[in-house]
Design a protein. Sequence first.
Length: 247
Amino acid sequence: MRIAIYVRVSTQRQAQTQTIDQQLDRLRHVAAERRWELPDDRVFRDDGYSGASLRRPGLDRLRDLTALAKLDRILITDPDRLARNYVHQVLLLEELQRHGCQVEFIDRPLSNDPQDQLLLQIRGAVAEYERTLIAERTRRGRLHKLQSGQMLPWTRPPYGYRADPDHPRDPARVRTDPTEAALVAELFRWYADESRSFMAVVQRLHDLGVRSPTGRRYWGMATVRGILSNPTYTGTIYANRTRVRLA
């Protein structure tokens, strides 16, 4: 019996609390009880990847191996570990079975019985509902904190500012870096008071030997433009100005 196991956790916090190791231990125990050999290269894992997406490196490697008809069975703890979306669950199960590989969920065994298939649909629908509900509550909670000034929209503070590593989005813990702040003031003076162009500002920085925010010798005009057009330096912070969409 050529077997493989697949485990997944949604967040890095879950990965750090050993939940993925618990899945691995249970699946390895089942394989050992049935006296199935489990090579290390047949253990596929995705640490910190959402089950709402099919773009997962561990899952992709598993699908590629299955497409080569090198697996007979895949052990997974629960259908939610394979995918959150019911449509994705059905797509993956049909794909894997088409290549002669059976998927077994040790916590919730399923068969081709119509009742089991109905349960799979219901579980997938409930999991998708919970995911949507959590995402919406999280979005509204963040929006409320942004509007009330309790949270910053930055994932990385602008040049000249320093955030608390333990609380990077807490407005009360943001401090200015004296050296970088002085340089930012000079950039605005060169551009606004001396009417220098972006190219002239970049050349001035190069002549002074000032390193860029990323530590490089040369500043890019896009970097200078980004600093001079950033409303943060005027005391205004915007959030939700961009929208991410799938390609």
